[in-house]
Design a protein around this ligand. Structure first.
Ligand code: ADP
Ligand code: MG
Length: 384
């Protein structure tokens, strides 16, 4: 799917209200009934239907049906629009350029601010590939009826943002975080090639040690990257220094499977160096002597700092369970033929039955959602 930056400037205030209303209604309904949309947006029914038609034409919402009623759902396009509008209102970004990456669970674009400075916009797309799998395992969703791709994608972005910030604050070699909204994060564009595309380096031994040192540094700060591989390590063009990206799967060294994750990260690098550079070293870090006894930490625990920063244990758990339930389709290194799946988008939100559309329930939902667009002080802020 192509992002359209011009769209950002051609949505009327009423259209925007309706779009926001669909988003709010989506919290409890996979198919949002039109009367609920009208109610949340405080616009007249007739007007709302017309606007919904316009939004549907532009693929910001889509008509949908479940066994009981017809309504609308927000599309990826609509969610992207809301996030980018929030970012552009805050002057964080102004225009959208080329797409530079399509992963199973994200799209990456080059964007720019009003001064023309380029940045990277990462849009998380959880649920694009494997929504069916997570439907079978929704116990962790608690009150939320729909395991929506929106919610999961937002959690992933919030988690990545929390880690990116804390790592950058502590001088880890990661892109500078710029802003975050809904399922998106905005960060510094690194002028680099992914390690995966690099056939030769001046000194494989040196790069190998740098990467192992990084794994150790992470662990001493209480963290394991969890997907530390040639796709998520960028080699800077100017000085050949490695920069680490992609943090939604980071785990704490206190995690019950910490050692396993740690070893997997180490093994990914070892295997890649063997394969690509025919380089093998007898020296590699062991979890126990790195993070195992707690006495080797660097005086700060970034896992603890992140937890205190708002992305708490509960959110971490929800996301982890999601990732567990989609395992096997998720690691970058298994990702060689990723293109095909890109079109399965929105698979997840189709026609799932959500409890009835009775008037009373609709009203209850409005309360549940907690605010109408009108009351919302910061109109661009996402409903919680
Ligand atoms: P995914 O979760 O889909 O693997 P990543 O965060 O790993 O997403 O990004 C995918 C690709 O996009 C990377 O392999 C890299 O080529 C590019 N990329 C991501 N972030 C940046 C950045 N800040 N600067 C330059 N390139 C980036
Ligand atoms: Mg990646």
């Amino acid at each position: 799917m192509k992002l359209d930056a011009t769209d950002l400037r051609y949505v009327t205030p009423d259209e925007f209200r309706v779009l926001m209303a669909v988003e709010m209604g989506s919290k409890n309904h996979e198919v949002v009934p039109s009367p609920l949309i009208a109610q949340i947006s405080s616009l007249r029914n007739g007007g709302v239907n017309k606007i919904l038609g316009i939004l549907a034409k532009r693929n910001l919402v889509a008509r949908a049906q479940n066994s009981k009623y017809e309504g609308y759902r927000l599309t990826y396009g609509g969610y992207d629009y809301l996030a980018m509008r929030a970012l552009s209102k805050r002057d964080s970004m102004y225009s959208v350029g080329n797409q530079i990456g399509v992963g199973k669970e994200s799209d990456i674009y080059i964007v720019a601010n009003s001064e023309g400075q380029e940045m990277v916009l990462k849009l998380h797309r959880l649920g694009r590939v494997s929504f069916r799998a997570i439907k079978e395992k929704r116990d962790y969703l608690g009150k939320r009826k729909s395991a929506s791709w929106m919610y999961m994608s937002r959690l992933a972005a919030q988690k990545e943002w929390a880690f990116l910030k804390v790592l950058h604050d502590h001088q880890f070699p990661v892109p500078r975080p710029i802003d975050q909204a809904r399922h998106c994060i905005l960060m510094e564009l690194i002028d680099a090639y992914p390690l995966r595309q690099i056939d030769q380096v001046p000194s494989p031994g040196k790069l190998y040690s740098q990467l192992m040192d990084l794994i150790v540094r992470f662990a001493r700060a209480g963290l394991i990257h969890g997907d530390f591989n040639e796709f998520n390590i960028l080699i800077r063009r100017d000085d050949g220094e490695p920069i680490v990206i992609d943090f939604p799967q980071m785990v704490s060294t206190s995690h019950e499977n910490a050692e396993w994750y740690f070893n997997r990260d180490v093994e990914c690098i070892r295997a890649f160096f063997r394969r690509r550079f025919r380089y093998e070293s007898a020296i590699y870090p062991k979890f126990k002597s790195t993070a195992g006894d707690g006495s080797k930490d660097d005086g700060f625990r970034l896992d603890v700092i992140v937890e205190a920063s708002g992305f708490g244990r509960r959110e971490m758990k929800v996301l982890e369970q999601y990732m567990e339930s989609t395992k096997g389709s998720q690691s970058d290194s298994e990702d060689e033929s990723e293109e095909e799946e890109a079109d399965e988008e929105e698979e997840g939100s189709e026609g799932e039955v959500v409890e009835g559309s009775e008037r009373a329930e609709v009203e209850e939902d409005v309360e549940d959602v907690g605010l109408s667009v009108e009351e919302s002080e910061h109109e661009d802020e996402e409903p919680d």
